[in-house]
Design a binder for this molecule. Structure first.
Ligand code: PXP
Length: 245
């Protein structure tokens, strides 16, 4: 695999959202994950929220057992979630902030402000051999906090970049670029994600230090029009093109 190629993690949360709208088993996030493998995904991401509004415990169990790709388990920094992670031993655990009332993950984890709550939980995950990633804003203070906590990976929140337009978007893109360069200096592996779509992914995928993008909601929506594997394959193509591949 070319060193320039970025990994694509497919987030299957919203396949579960559609399933849960009616109960039952359809559409099945496991089936979506298995098809994503064929469509060019390098990993699967799933967020077990405290309220289980989309992914449920049994999904995590099936994804770990049956998908031949690394699972990136998104979780809040709670003892309950750490216990679940230790039971399933996913390849990676991405710690995200979580508030019940939010519609999606709004804003990054305050790794700097929550050091004391995070530290024992990050430690337990690392001791179990799980690769810890922290979902943070592209800010130097948060990167320094990730280093202090011993997390090998950060996922930089692209939500603000995706929501803005014009000069404000360019400014946010500059923040992402600067933070990605800082990651390399600090020895952190740099991932990015949230809100990415065909019309905004290229400048992000072109940032040379980025190793992985995690993308979900847009692809599930696009699948309604073009089909699931087609929607993923087009994202894969755009990411490769951004790297000149
Ligand atoms: N990365 C993280 C840490 C997330 O919480 C989410 C949303 O669940 C994503 C990536 C994917 O975002 P989206 O569904 O907007 O592509």
């Amino acid at each position: 695999m070319s060193a320039r190629r970025i990994r694509l993690g497919i987030n299957v949360d919203h396949v579960a959202t559609v399933r849960n709208a009616r109960g039952g088993r359809h559409p099945d996030p496991l089936r979506a994950a298995l098809l994503a493998v064929e469509a060019g995904a390098d990993g699967i991401t799933a967020h077990l929220r405290e309220d289980r509004r989309h992914i449920v415990d049994a999904d995590i169990e099936r994804l770990v057992k049956e998908v031949p790709l690394p699972l990136n388990f998104e979780m809040a920094a709670t003892d309950e979630m750490v216990d679940i992670a230790l039971r399933h031993r996913p390849h990676a655990a991405c710690i995200v902030p979580e508030r019940r009332e939010e519609r999606t993950t709004e804003g990054g984890l305050d790794a700097a402000g929550q050091h004391n709550q995070l530290q024992p939980r990050v430690r337990r995950l690392l001791d179990a051999g799980i690769r810890v990633s922290l979902f943070i804003e592209p800010a130097r203070r948060q990167l320094d906090a990730a280093v202090t906590l011993g997390a090998p990976v950060v996922e930089l929140h692209t939500g603000r970049y995706c929501e803005l337009d014009g000069a404000a978007r360019d400014q946010e893109l500059d923040r992402l670029r600067a933070a990605a360069a800082d990651c390399a200096r600090l020895g952190l592996e740099c991932h990015m994600g949230h809100g990415l779509a065909y019309d905004n992914v290229t400048p992000v995928a072109a940032i040379p230090q980025v190793k992985e993008l995690n993308i979900g909601h847009f692809l599930v929506g696009e699948a309604i029009f073009v089909g699931w594997t087609q929607s993923i394959a087009e994202m894969r193509r755009l990411m490769d093109a951004a790297r000149g591949l």
